[in-house]
Design a protein around this ligand. Structure first.
Ligand code: MSP
Length: 508
């Protein structure tokens, strides 16, 4: 039985166009999914759209449309972006999908019957942009929400509460485990939200209509976060007739479940979501990977702040791989990062054009020039220092990717590529050719050909548009590769190199 991996992104609000911040989370999930595919896992990758709530209702009204009509082209735009960014998701869930709405009602009823939901009244400041009641720590001196900068509105209404306060010890235990990564986020959560004492969560609203009405009291609609969080299991068929995916990818304790979320929404995923799962008697995800923000002019890139970059423009101009690489390498999840077109070009030129692209092209040119595209040689005619370094890089890369440290794994590959470029300068194959030292020239180029094959394979989850060309230039097109086979090359045969395309042309 293959191992199983289930990865999810948050579902995005279709209240405008998706920007680079959204592309960030989704790209990370895609890279990890593709890596697990290469490891032979059976994978499932879920993304989607979060379509209910006051924010969408308000936006639709402003546009003079019914919410469903307002949403129509937005969802197509999401899917179009994911196609262009080469996102290989398994399923796209919309919270307006009938099966999801029906299941949310069932979940609510289950919790209600279990005595975990009760009726009360709430008074507090609500940020429509974040869809969240704010506590005083979440409000700045001007009285605005610290995340969205918007003025929260005072809301006083009847509501149903989920007894989250009962789960204080449970959440403390979860946050002391290795569930949330990176680990400093655990301290943040405990300090800011758990240590002061968990308060019951308001889980229905009555002052607007655009949500899922509860069976018990239909003028109440389910709070958008309860509705949204459950997407991770409703999409798999939870409480539905066909629950095969749920059994396989959620219920099975052996499945590795990874959920990704940006730092402003970690709280929902690290506190409320585990509580909901516990209340439903379900297992917890293996890990929640919290990531930082992409900043633009030193503040969070966001629709409400109006400083967004459209990922489609970047892709149309520079291709999907450039953006996928920038996200994977330049924006490690542990901290906030910057994106500007200048930084993007600088990174692309330094790493993809001058380092990796140049190495593959030089190696390919030399094999073509000195050996007419095919080196006759013994598999052991290689420089062991370089081959050991390459094999060590495969191990390090796997260890880091297994810990979801994509940027650090990319660093390992780039270092290997730089070491190969240095190896060319040191061994000067053009002099070996002049001297007629065919034996040494064979060793150097066989070594390099193996190394570029390894480098290309390790970059496969990220450089999906260029991978085929890269591997062809290594002489390995249509050859079944794996991490293991690249360590020994025992059953791998290089083909004669043919014509080639320039990889990663320098950007001006
Ligand atoms: N709908 C909720 C999530 C519900 S999940 C059950 C939501 N949607 S969102 O459209 O606002 O976007 C969510 C994701 O995009 C988060 O992971 C968030 O961190 C990410 N990003 C939005 N702007 C971002 C940056 N500027 N930088 C990095 N990621 C950011 O919240």
């Amino acid at each position: 039985m293959p191992k199983k991996f289930y990865v999810t992104t948050p579902i995005y609000y279709p209240s405008g166009k998706l920007h680079l911040g959204h592309a960030y989370t989704t790209t990370l999930a895609d890279v990890l999914k593709r890596y697990k595919d290469m490891q032979g896992y059976e994978t499932f990758f879920l993304t989607g759209s979060d379509e209910h709530g006051q924010k969408i209702e308000t936006k639709a009204k402003e546009a003079g449309l019914e919410p469903m009509a307002y949403l129509e082209d937005k969802i197509e735009n999401f899917k179009n972006l994911w196609t262009k960014l080469r996102i290989d998701y398994s399923k796209f869930i919309r919270t307006t999908d009938h099966y999801h709405e029906q299941t949310v009602k069932k979940i609510f009823s289950f919790l209600f019957e279990k005595g975990l939901i009760y009726k009360g009244a709430y008074e507090g400041l609500y940020c429509i942009s974040c869809e969240e009641f704010l506590n005083t720590d979440q409000i700045d001196e001007q009285g605005n929400c610290k995340i969205s900068n918007n003025k929260p509105e005072l809301i006083k209404e009847d509501t149903y509460f989920l007894k989250t306060s009962q789960f204080q010890t449970f959440i403390e235990t979860i946050l002391e485990s290795e569930f949330l990564i990176p680990d400093y986020r655990r301290t943040e959560m405990l300090k800011n939200f758990v240590d002061p004492g968990l308060k019951d969560l308001s889980v229905t609203r009555i002052s607007f209509k655009w949500g899922i009405p509860i069976n018990e009291d239909p003028k109440h609609v389910v709070y958008v976060w309860l509705d949204a969080l459950t997407n991770y299991i409703t999409a798999l068929g939870y409480l539905q007739e066909d629950d095969e995916l749920f059994i396989k990818f959620w219920a099975d304790p052996e499945t590795e479940i990874l959920q990704l979320a940006g730092k402003e929404i970690i709280r929902f995923h690290a506190i409320y979501w585990p509580i909901i799962l516990e209340a439903l008697n379900l297992r917890q995800p293996s890990h929640l990977l919290g990531h930082g923000w992409i900043l633009s002019n030193s503040t969070k890139m966001s629709k409400s702040l109006g400083n967004v970059i459209d990922p489609l423009e970047v892709i149309d101009e520079f291709g999907a791989d450039g953006l996928r690489f920038y996200i994977s390498y330049e924006l490690p999840t542990e901290k906030d990062g910057n994106f500007t077109i200048d930084l993007f070009k600088e990174s692309y030129n330094a790493h993809l054009a001058n380092n990796v692209g140049n190495l593959i092209s030089r190696t390919n040119n030399m094999i073509t020039k000195y050996f007419q595209g095919y080196i006759e040689g013994n598999i052991n005619d290689v420089d062991l220092t370089m081959i050991n370094l390459a094999n060590e890089s495969i191990n390090q890369y796997q260890t880091l990717m297994d810990q979801y440290k994509i940027s650090a794994a990319m660093r390992v590959v780039l270092d290997l590529s730089a070491a190969c470029n240095k190896y060319i300068e040191e061994t000067t194959p053009w002099n070996l050719d002049k001297e007629g030292n065919t034996k040494e020239l064979t060793t150097v180029l066989m070594t390099l050909q193996r190394c570029i094959s390894i480098i290309s394979y390790l970059l496969k989850p990220v450089l999906v548009e260029n991978y085929e060309d890269m591997i062809e230039q290594c002489g390995l097109e249509n050859v079944e590769l794996s991490f293991e086979s690249l360590k020994t090359f025992t059953n791998l045969e290089f083909k004669k190199l043919g014509s080639k395309k320039i990889l990663f042309q320098r950007l001006k």
